[in-house]
Ligand binder design. Structure first.
Ligand SMILES: [Zn+2]
Length: 369
């Protein structure tokens, strides 16, 4: 996530970028730092890719920066230099007083023990080893911070163990739970945290932010539309021309085109391929989620184009392909696909495997063109 630092801008500027549309949260968190009134536990919730982890890292930098810039009246957002030892180490995920716990981390820990059990949930052992760390004093910062990604995957036993830490929080620990939805967490956990729900950022806000950074109008409009409320996506796509997201879209569209033409065997093989990406965790798992999001966007566009409203489509640069496909589909097929994809998306969110979530869709519901 910190890899795309090819840009010429100062680190500080790059990090503030991703907070477009979430400045109010940053402002509240910074003022809690300024007045020494931080909570022991936070929930940052909101849709995938909205910037929750980014926000958590910024917050930690503002908490730990050795040389924060002075406060400017009326300016919202975090204050950190981006260049001191603490800022740099946090950015590189190497700061000793910040721990990131996630399914990926859990899988890495387990691979050392030779365990091959599934890593779809944060397990009670993972929570216990975190608790052990939480109770230790910070090494160099005033605080120890624990960022818990994939928090909603904790099942009851793990969540109850976690609750114990929240009930008696160590004085110098701050825990940040990251979750796609605060409703997916136990209410007893949520009630002990300060909750910040990050909402999708309006397309217009993203478009303006891109133009302010030098994008011409058509580029700003296209990327803002593709971003679907995620400013970080739009900025990365704009600044890093080689960034994968634009390629991801093209690849997802090509895969969908191939699937529409494929026979049953081809479709089953693809479903297996997705399953193995999903089981691989980490980036490969994330690629399945991204692909499904892109497909959903594509079928929404097909519905718009079918209804003669192509000007509202997200994939403005692919209107010809959309039109060609829409011409060969019935309205019922498009609507059915949208329902199936939405359902598959929520099933993947609840950690159902793609084989179960998508297999039936591929074999029985995806139209053959
Ligand atoms: Zn700093």
């Amino acid at each position: 996530m910190w890899e795309d630092n090819e840009r010429e801008d100062s680190p500080e500027e790059l990090f503030q970028d991703a907070l477009i549309g979430h400045e109010w949260v940053a402002g509240l968190l910074q003022s809690s730092i300024d007045t020494h009134k931080m909570s022991h536990a936070y929930v940052f919730s909101g849709p995938n890719g909205i910037g929750k982890s980014f926000l958590a890292h910024h917050f930690v930098m503002a908490l730990s920066c050795l040389n924060p810039p002075p406060k400017v009246e009326g300016q919202l957002g975090f204050r950190f230099c981006g260049e001191c030892r603490a800022c740099r180490m946090i950015r590189d995920d190497k700061y000793p007083d910040v721990s990131v716990i996630s399914l990926e981390w859990q899988a890495r820990m387990e691979s050392g023990t030779g365990s091959t059990s599934a890593n779809a949930n944060l397990k009670i052992d993972t929570i216990r080893s975190m608790q052990h760390e939480v109770s230790r004093a910070p090494i160099e910062a005033p605080w120890r911070v624990f960022i818990v990604e994939d928090a909603a995957t904790m099942q009851v036993a793990a969540a109850n163990a976690f609750l114990k830490t929240l009930e008696e929080p160590p004085a110098r620990a701050i825990i940040i739970l990251i979750s796609d939805s605060d409703r997916a967490l136990l209410p007893t956990i949520v009630s002990r945290c300060q909750v910040f729900e990050l909402r999708s950022v309006p397309t217009e806000t993203i478009e303006k932010a891109l133009e302010a950074r030098g994008a011409d109008e058509p580029t700003a409009r296209k990327l803002a539309a593709l971003a679907v409320g995620r400013p970080g996506y739009a900025l990365r796509a704009f600044f890093d021309k080689t960034h994968q997201d634009v390629d991801d879209r093209d690849e997802a569209v090509q895969e969908m085109e191939a699937l529409l033409k494929a026979d049953q065997a081809g479709r089953l093989a693809f479903s297996e391929e997705l399953n193995s990406r999903w089981s691989a965790q980490g980036e490969r798992r994330a690629s399945v989620v991204t692909m499904l999001n892109l497909w959903l966007g594509w079928w929404r566009d097909l519905l718009l184009v079918y209804n003669g409203q192509g000007r509202y489509a997200t994939n403005q640069d692919k209107l010809d392909t959309l039109q060609a496909q829409a011409d060969r589909l019935h309205l019922g097929q498009i609507k059915e696909m949208l329902q199936w994809l939405t359902r598959a998306q929520s099933e993947l969110d609840s950690n159902v495997s793609p084989r179960l979530a998508l297999g039936d869709l591929f074999v029985n519901h995806l139209p053959r063109l």
